[in-house]
Design a protein around this ligand. Structure first.
Ligand SMILES: [Fe+2]
Length: 378
């Protein structure tokens, strides 16, 4: 602060030589208890829905400052309920989201796709694909949803419209991909190599019509996911990886995501398994579906059980998780793909003297999976 005070206030140029090094204000681990969430969701059923036709409560970290509310700096988490016969308004945003059903059933329209979802079924909503939820059943439909809206709010570029004229998506009858004939980028020509180190020149037309991946709404049916959980559940203490599956969306390519910003994983860990302490700049939010356990984050121990949701790995905080006597089933959402896209995903598996690797930009870590499988075969 004292260095900053030396800078003349009338200037919009700052002498960087006297600035103190930036200090990250890391949000501490934070747990929102399931009982409180259940009470809030029950209260949502009373009174009317919001302007968007939704009944949602946000799980908010105490360090989060309105109007940008999240459980992690990049991640908004909402619990919602839709009463029988209710339908939300069509909503289109440039934010992307991942949602899991927690009870009841609904029909979800995302872009041109219609999905029937029930307990623990989950889906992604790509950017600019309009989404609408409808409860055609006789029980309330409850869900948890994660969006990267806080990131866009911080960039002051969150776009949102209700009842849009187009539902979005390449196959959604919208304006996307509507061009016909030769693409201007092809008319303009390819990149021109300069020198011999890979540097190139690219025509403008490529900037306004980059090659793209068709980003689609996908459905991960719980009945399809569940049969695969036994394989990771069988991994015993001593495995240096994590007993989980990523709900993978191939459109995210090498960013290994569920959405362009987040991966969602389902971990199924056996009784009393304790995972290794490690750290990464991606933030992790754990929602406990079954079981119980504990986490030690930055030296602080937190006990958790089914229904709880927690910021379990604030960016770059050392952390590790241990399972209770019945093991645990955990949905983890982490802003890993976002960081790979920014080439900022640094990760350290061994806190003692292990390397800090930039995942997605160099070869990453190994695990002892081969040994573990060998032991299992004996
Ligand atoms: Fe972690």
């Amino acid at each position: 602060m004292s260095a900053a005070a030396q800078i003349p206030q009338t200037h919009d140029l700052v002498d960087a030589r006297h600035l103190a090094p930036h200090r990250n204000e890391i949000w501490p681990a934070h747990l929102v208890q399931g009982a409180g969430i259940a009470r809030a969701v029950a209260a949502l059923t009373e009174g009317g829905a919001g302007l968007d036709g939704r009944r949602e409560v946000l799980a908010v970290h105490p360090s989060s400052k309105a109007p940008v509310l999240g459980l992690a700096p990049s991640t908004a988490v909402s619990f919602g309920v839709l009463l029988p016969g209710e339908r939300t308004r069509l909503r289109r945003r440039n934010a992307t989201s991942f949602t899991m059903g927690l009870g009841g059933s609904a029909v979800v329209r995302v872009g041109a796709r219609e999905l029937s979802v029930g307990l623990r079924d989950s889906w992604n909503t790509p950017g600019m694909h309009a989404e609408q939820l409808e409860n055609r059943g006789d029980q309330p439909f409850t869900y948890v949803s994660y969006s990267n809206a806080p990131l866009l709010q911080r960039l002051e570029v969150l776009f949102e419209e209700l009842d849009p004229k187009t539902s979005g998506g390449v196959s959604g009858g919208g304006e996307r991909g509507a061009g016909t004939g030769a693409r201007a980028k092809d008319v303009a020509g390819q990149a021109i190599p300069l020198g011999d180190d890979g540097s190139m020149l690219l025509p403008y037309e490529h900037l306004v019509d980059p090659d793209f991946v068709d980003s689609r709404p996908l459905l991960w049916r719980w009945e399809d996911v569940k049969p695969h959980l036994g394989l990771v559940r069988a991994l015993k203490q001593g495995y240096t990886g994590r007993p989980l599956w990523c709900l993978y969306n191939p459109a995210t390519g090498t960013r290994n995501g569920t959405t362009s910003s987040f991966f969602a994983t389902i971990a199924s860990a056996g009784p009393n398994i304790v995972g290794p302490a490690h750290r990464h700049v991606s933030s992790a939010i754990n929602f406990i579906l079954e079981g119980s356990g504990f986490s030690i984050v930055d030296g602080v121990r937190l006990e958790w059980a089914a229904g709880d949701i927690m910021l379990s790995a604030p960016g770059w905080s050392p952390h590790g998780h241990g399972m209770g006597p019945d093991g645990a089933l955990i949905l983890t959402v982490q802003d890993h793909p976002l960081h790979i896209g920014a080439e900022s995903l640094i990760w350290q598996e061994d806190l003692k003297d292990g390397p800090i690797l930039t995942l997605g930009a160099e070869r990453g870590f190994e695990t002892n999976l081969r040994q573990m499988r060998g032991e299992d075969a004996r």
